[in-house]
Every structure is written in structure tokens, then in C-alpha cells.
Write a protein that binds this ligand. Structure first.
Ligand code: ADP
Ligand code: ASP
Ligand code: MG
Length: 487
């Protein structure tokens, strides 16, 4: 049996001392069962957002406000470390509270050294005034650098044989700062060098997610939410038996529970469906997480660190049969629709190529496309490149674009070959103005664009229509309020 398991804990699972202790218990539970974990952790909740705002504030020249943010981070990390050192341990140790913790002074010292380094970068930035993607990655990397080391020490205090590994030594990427592309072969080789020897010695390696570095050692990041991706890269690189994504919900749900409180846990889902959901906005998984797992056929589990008894969602190669057409509904917001209309291109070939060459030139990914003979509508992430893209496209055609749009995407293997699904979809959202309707070539998704303000309502209406009678083989119907028995 393959005993290797990669366990990734997101920001809320390490948000404070109590959460970190819960995480330690979960890891110890796996060790107790004879498994060999590699732990991947995110920055503490909200820390990445704060680091981004420190960076943009410094680039505006506002040194005082940028340093006020690092001060908040300093206090939060020191306080958490102090609580972890003083707080209850995993194995009851009646003398622990009375014993002075010599390690704690060392912890405060390395934290100060790291945060001093961060402040130095921010001070430099206030002078230079230009925030390059490379500097931005350097700044945001501090979240995972601090959390991973602090959590390793907490694990060790709890009796785990934990050892810190700097993720930047293992996750080799190209130099596309902000969304760097991992280099699989190099990662595999680095993991053999920096992780496997610890596993052989029975230690629990702990590393930060999200961060990596180029071959030359320059710090990079994998994009927001990228710690899931790190876990999958490590899992594939060491041929783990399972990848566990521990988060703050019971698993992949039929919709974002923040939007739709009636959402149900999906007990099992295919790689293909999960990838589609992640790509189209289900924040619970980073869109790239599934690829390395598919490559090595490693099952992925999404689990709740605040509800450990729950069995979560299991993601595997084949989707079991499901009575309902859809497994889940995802929403991707902050999108723009760009309409490109060129009547003079009527009947001429090469039109679409010319258009997409422009997106290629600007390295701008496209979410959805719908076309007629002379017009093309394209949905894109709203970003600062749009005016330049529109300017280039206007050489070919009339261009207009509108922001504040959202893509609603329903995913399920069983859309294939079922009649009448589209009619039910459109009937249930008849009160909403739909744009750009599409059923992807994979035939496992059906999507449309709406105004951003209408998206949540559309999800709730679709959910009521399609998850009123959930298949108990796939969805956690036990979580539904049970009918009251009258005796
Ligand atoms: P973490 O910090 O653990 O990585 P994230 O905030 O990135 O957690 O992802 C978890 C969040 O994803 C949930 O709190 C939930 O609001 C959101 N989410 C969106 N869509 C879904 C879905 N289909 N199922 C479960 N959670 C979802
Ligand atoms: N800390 C990073 C973020 O907030 C990565 C992650 O949490 O997955 O985006
Ligand atoms: Mg996440």
C-alpha cells in the first residue's frame, strides 16, 4: 500500500493558534494510522491580501501605511507563535506551561529577521515607485515563508517529527512572475533531493504552498490560491497515494455555500468535472490542481479541517453514475465581454485566427467564445491589458467591451444525451438576461454569461431546479433536514 499522503491546509486552517493545533492533530492522526504525510500550508488567512496591499501602498510612495501593514503582520505572527508555545500541546504535558520555552526566543528572532527583510524591500519600493511582477512575488512570498516555518515548529512542539523545507528549493518554475509555470521534471528531481530523504527517516516535511523559484533561484508564485497546485505538484512528484486538500467547507459542494446555503456536499466527482468547476470559478480548488493528479492518477480528497469526521469529496478518474444531470454550479465573476464585429470580413477566411492572434500576443486567456458569421463575443478576465487588446483588434473590426459580467457554469457528466436540460435551465433563470450561451466540447458543462449582480440569484434558482431531489449515491442527503416522524 502507498502510505505517502500530501496534506494541504488552506489559510483558514492555519488562521490562528487554535486552527494550527487542530491541523497538528489531523496530521498526527494520519501518522498514527501509519501514513507518511508531506504537509503543504498556505499563509495565515488574509495575509496574502495584506501583503499585496502593502506592496501597492509602498509603490504609491506611502511608506507609513505600508510599514503599518507589516507591523500588523509582525504582531499577528509573534502572538500566534507565543500562543502556540504556551498553549495546550497535543499530548498532555502537565509541566509544559511552567517550563520556559527556549525555542520561542529563537522563533521571535527568525520572524523579526524575515519581517525586517520584507520591510527593507518595501522601503526600496517606496523610493523606486514601480511594482514589477518580480518584486510583487518576492513580497507576497513572505506569507507562506512565515506560516510554514512557524507551523513546523508548532508541529514539533506537539511531538511530530516535523522538518521545514523551503518550497522554493523544490517548486522550480519559469519566470512568469505572478502565475509561474512549474517545471515538472526539475520539481521531481528536487523533491527527491529535499523531501524524500526526510520521508525515509520517518520525518514529516512541512513546506509553504504557492511559492517557488526559477532555476536561478528568483522567487516566483503560482497565482492566487496556488497552494492547492503545490500540493498536487508534490503529490505527483513523489508518487503519493493521495492528495488531501483541507479547507473550511465539507468538500466540493453543489454550489458555493456562501452564495447558496442549501448547497449539498458532493461525495464523489470525476477529475474532469472537478477541473471544469475549478476553472469556471469554484474557489475551493485552484484550477491547475487536477492536472498533476490526473497525470499520475492520484485520488484527491477535499476535506474540512473544522469538521474532521466528515468524509469530504473524493475526486477520481471515473465519475460514478448520477441520476441528476449536474453535480455542481460554479460562478466566475469580474469578467468582461468583448464584442468584435467585422462585416467586411464576411465570408473571408483567417478572421478568427487574426482575432485570436491578438489575444495570443497579449498572453490573455479567453474563457468563452460565441461566434456568428461576422461577430465574435469573447469573455475574458477583466484586466489592465484590455485597452491595448481592444486597440489592436480595432485594426480588424469594430470592438466594444463591457465589464462587471459573470459566467455561470453547470457541470456534470450526465448532461450528455439527456433531453430537455437546456429548457429546464432557461426556464429556471427566465427572469435573468442571459448572454453568450455555451455547451463546451467536453459536453460536461453548460454555461452562460449574466450581469455580475444577477449571478448569485441565477445560481440559487438553478440550484432549486436541479438539486431538489438529489441522488443519495452522489450527494450528502443526510445533511438535509430530515422529515419529522409523527408517531
Ligand atoms: P482555502 O483557504 O482553504 O484554500 P478557499 O477560500 O480558497 O480555501 O476555498 C474555500 C472556499 O471556496 C469556501 O469557503 C467556499 O466559499 C468557496 N467555494 C466556491 N465554490 C465552492 C464549491 N462548489 N464547493 C465548496 N466551496 C466552494
Ligand atoms: N496564500 C495564497 C493566496 O491567498 C495561496 C493560497 O492560499 O493557496 O492566494
Ligand atoms: Mg484556496
Amino acid at each position: 500500500m502507498n502510505r505517502l499522503v500530501v496534506m494541504k491546509f488552506g489559510g483558514t486552517s492555519v488562521e490562528d493558534a487554535a486552527a494550527i493545533l487542530r491541523t497538528a492533530r489531523i496530521v498526527a492522526g494520519r501518522v498514527g494510522k501509519g501514513l507518511q504525510p508531506v504537509v503543504v500550508v498556505s499563509a495565515m488567512a488574509k495575509v496574502t491580501d495584506l501583503l499585496i496591499s502593502a506592496a501597492t501602498t509602498a509603490a504609491r510612495g506611502d511608506r507609513g501605511s505600508a510599514l503599518a501593514i507589516t507591523e500588523r503582520l509582525r504582531i499577528r505572527h509573534h502572538d500566534t507563535a507565543t500562543q502556540l508555545a504556551a498553549g495546550p500541546q497535543l499530548h498532555d504535558d502537565p509541566l509544559a506551561a511552567a517550563r520556559p520555552d527556549s525555542g520561542l526566543a529563537a522563533t521571535h528572532a527568525w520572524m523579526d529577521a524575515e519581517l525586517d527583510g520584507l520591510e527593507e524591500v518595501l522601503r526600496g519600493l517606496t523610493v523606486v515607485g514601480e511594482l514589477t511582477p518580480r518584486i510583487s512575488d518576492m513580497i507576497v512570498s513572505y506569507g507562506e515563508r512565515l506560516s510554514s516555518r512557524m507551523i513546523t515548529e508548532a508541529f514539533a512542539r506537539c511531538g511530530l517529527k516535523a522538518v521545514h523545507v523551503d518550497a522554493r528549493k523544490c517548486i522550480v518554475t519559469d519566470a512568469q512572475y505572478g502565475k509561474a509555470i512549474p517545471q515538472d521534471a526539475a520539481i521531481e528531481q528536487r523533491l527527491k533531493q529535499h523531501i524524500v530523504p526526510h520521508l525515509v527517516e520517518g520525518r514529516v516535511p512541512v513546506m509553504g504552498g504557492f511559492i517557488g523559484s526559477t532555476e536561478q533561484g528568483v522567487t516566483t508564485t503560482l497565482g492566487r490560491g496556488g497552494s492547492d497546485f503545490t500540493a498536487a505538484l508534490v503529490g505527483a512528484g513523489i508518487d503519493a497515494g493521495a492528495i488531501e486538500i483541507w479547507t473550511d467547507v465539507d468538500g466540493i459542494m453543489t454550489a458555493d455555500p456562501r452564495v447558496c446555503p442549501e448547497a449539498l456536499r458532493v461525495k464523489t466527482i470525476s477529475f474532469e468535472e472537478a477541473a471544469e468547476l475549478a476553472y469556471f470559478g469554484a474557489k475551493v480548488l485552484h484550477p491547475a490542481t487536477i492536472l498533476p493528479a490526473v497525470r499520475k492518477n492520484i485520488p484527491v480528497f477535499v476535506l474540512n479541517s473544522k469538521n474532521v469526521e466528515n468524509s469530504g469529496t473524493r475526486i477520481t478518474a471515473l465519475a460514478p453514475h448520477c441520476r441528476s444531470p449536474f453535480k455542481s454550479i460554479a460562478v466566475k465573476k469580474r469578467l468582461t465581454i468583448m464584442d468584435v464585429v467585422a462585416s467586411r470580413m464576411l465570408m473571408s477566411h483567417g478572421y478568427l485566427k487574426a482575432i485570436f492572434d491578438v489575444f495570443d500576443k497579449h498572453k490573455c486567456p479567453v474563457d468563452m467564445v460565441s461566434t456568428s458569421e461576422v461577430s465574435v463575443s469573447i469573455s475574458l478576465d477583466s484586466n489592465e491589458k484590455l485597452p491595448a487588446i481592444a486597440a489592436d483588434l480595432s485594426q480588424l473590426a469594430d470592438v466594444k467591451y463591457e465589464g462587471r459580467k459573470a459566467l455561470v457554469c453547470m457541470v456534470g457528466e450526465n448532461i450528455r444525451g439527456q433531453n430537455g436540460i437546456a429548457a429546464r435551465v432557461f426556464q429556471s433563470v427566465r427572469h435573468v438576461n442571459l448572454r453568450m450561451i455555451s455547451q463546451g466540447a467536453s459536453e460536461i458543462n453548460m454555461s452562460f454569461m449574466v450581469e455580475e449582480d444577477d449571478a448569485d440569484e441565477a445560481v440559487r434558482s438553478l440550484h432549486a431546479e436541479f438539486f431538489g431531489d438529489p441522488d443519495p449515491a452522489i450527494f450528502d442527503v443526510e445533511a438535509l433536514p430530515q422529515p419529522v416522524k409523527i408517531s
